[in-house]
Write a protein that binds this ligand. Structure first.
Ligand code: DQQ
Length: 479
């Protein structure tokens, strides 16, 4: 691994080396949080999948533990231990996972008798050996299991060839014998508004939140251009069917927050982690010796408008170090270079920034926001802005790096601030990962790899109208 790689995040979770993708098996067991993850321990590239493992008292400080599961030659998972979840099986910790054997996918179990350290695969594996015959399925994977009404329930990610994504619903009296109940929900390949929903749905999460049910899926297009992004649906669960009444993107960063998994912790909080993949060319991250990072833990609640409320878990504040605060700053307009307010002490690449902008109802046009990771001459910069007319939160990494091996992009997510008089942006910079939370109503995760070592500056900017920043707080974040 490249020593002291200045793009390797310092306070987000990632394995000691090599490849990570989906978070798996999230559970809090007797007070301790456990995080498993898709891991290739051999290289910084996707490959033969294992389950990596880490434990934490607080969702923030993680201790790396030995690999929990590896493929077993000659068994159902001989070519990969793919994604799945963790449950409390009558007092025994159990993992429910996707077993890969060539292209074939089935559902398997493993249990631990020593407090989640070592795992034994269930002798009766696989517990579901093949998809239902009634659907011509594309994929059959990523079991997500919960216990309710004296039964076990499972949703699985799939797609119906030529139709769109499908989530399959199963039930079991005992976790080992499963009955297929039909599709819980389906997508439509012809749908385009507000978003297309893809050909196949991976990594479903299905849970009750307040009075509603939420389905989170990772939408995948198998055919080029192979887009990947995460959607959530809010609706009702009736007669074994989910009837959504609204849906939106879970994170505007698309690939940078894929395959998320959520779980209910012992405080009853719905906690979610996503996988942020690299946006450098493969030969570059393979040479770096590490690839992928998880987002910060996020808490999900239902907003009064029926959409998800997403915010970083308060435990993240443990990481806050030296603080600098500015009150009542007035930024004058003039575009990205002219209308900038650069603050001397405001610079760095491992920071939390919390900025509250005052909104004026009569001004419905113009944009404003923050520039981060700026070189002194503005040659490199990452833009975080709110576009008032389009009512869009935007993160642009198109000018983040002069390095041609870096893939820049423009991310946007609808954010309607009508009737609100503030925009609060909480921005987490951690070297190559950036997370932007806007009024807890929109989140964009992005990856940046500035080439210049002096691309550490931060500035406020506005176009068209002056903007008042009521308060700007910044913390240096600990490792
Ligand atoms: N990653 C896993 C699959 C899942 C996909 C394989 C999503 O189980 O569908 O590494 O990123």
């Amino acid at each position: 691994m490249i020593p002291d790689d200045r793009h390797r995040p310092k306070y987000h979770f990632l394995p000691p080396a090599n490849w990570i993708n989906d978070p798996n098996g999230l559970i809090q067991w007797q007070g301790t949080y456990h995080l498993f993850y898709q891991h290739n321990p051999e290289a910084a590239q996707w490959g033969m999948m294992h389950w990596g493992h880490a434990a934490s008292p607080d969702l923030v400080n993680w201790e790396h533990l030995p690999i929990a599961m590896s493929p077993t030659p000659g068994e159902a998972d001989q070519t990969g231990v793919w994604s799945g979840c963790a449950v409390n099986w009558d007092g025994v910790p159990a993992l429910v996972y996707t077993a890969r054997n060539g292209e074939h996918e089935s559902v398997c179990l493993a249990t631990s008798q020593d407090g989640l350290r070592t795992w034994q695969k269930y002798p009766g594996n696989p517990v579901i050996s093949a998809p239902p015959e009634s659907i011509e399925t594309l994929g059959f994977r990523d079991p997500y299991v919960w216990h309710a009404d004296n039964h076990w329930w499972m949703v699985l990610g799939s797609g119906a060839n030529g139709v769109g994504g499908v989530i399959l619903l199963y039930t079991s009296p005992n976790l080992t014998d499963w009955e297929y109940l039909g599709p819980l929900a389906s997508g439509d390949l012809n749908q385009t508004e507000p978003y297309a929903t893809g050909e196949m749905w991976e990594c479903p999460n299905f849970f009750r939140l307040g009075e509603k049910h939420v389905l989170i899926i990772s939408a995948m297009d198998i055919h080029p251009p192979r887009s990947l992004y995460t959607l959530y649906f809010v609706g009702d669960f009736r007669d074994n069917r989910f009837i959504p009444d609204r849906f939106a993107k879970l994170d505007g960063g698309d690939l940078a927050c894929y395959a998320p998994q959520s779980f209910l912790d012992e405080q009853g909080r719905r906690v979610l982690f996503g996988w942020a993949r690299e946006m450098r060319r493969p030969e570059v991250f393979e040479a770096a010796g590490w690839a992928g990072v998880l987002t910060l833990p996020r808490l999900l609640d239902l907003d009064p408008n029926g959409m998800l409320n997403i915010r970083p878990a308060p435990e993240v504040e443990i990481l806050r170090g030296e603080e600098t605060t500015w009150e009542d700053l007035l930024v004058q307009p003039g575009g990205l270079s002219m209308g900038r307010l650069t603050l001397d002490q405001l610079s760095g690449d491992c920071l939390e920034i919390d900025a509250t902008f005052a909104l004026r109802e009569q001004e419905t046009d113009g944009t404003f926001g923050l520039l981060v990771r700026c070189s002194p001459d503005g040659e490199e910069m990452t833009e975080i802005r709110y576009d008032k007319e389009a009512q869009m939160l935007v993160v642009s990494t198109l000018r983040s790096s002069l390095d041609s091996a870096v893939i820049g992009d423009h991310y946007e997510l609808p954010l309607n601030l009508n009737g609100q008089n503030h925009l609060r942006l909480r921005v987490f910079l951690d070297r190559s990962i950036i997370e932007v939370y806007a009024n807890t109503l929109a989140v964009i995760t992005a990856r940046v790899y500035p080439k210049r070592e002096d691309s550490l500056g931060i500035a406020l900017f506005t176009e068209r109208h002056p903007i008042r920043v009521e308060r700007l707080r910044m913390w240096k974040m600990a490792n």
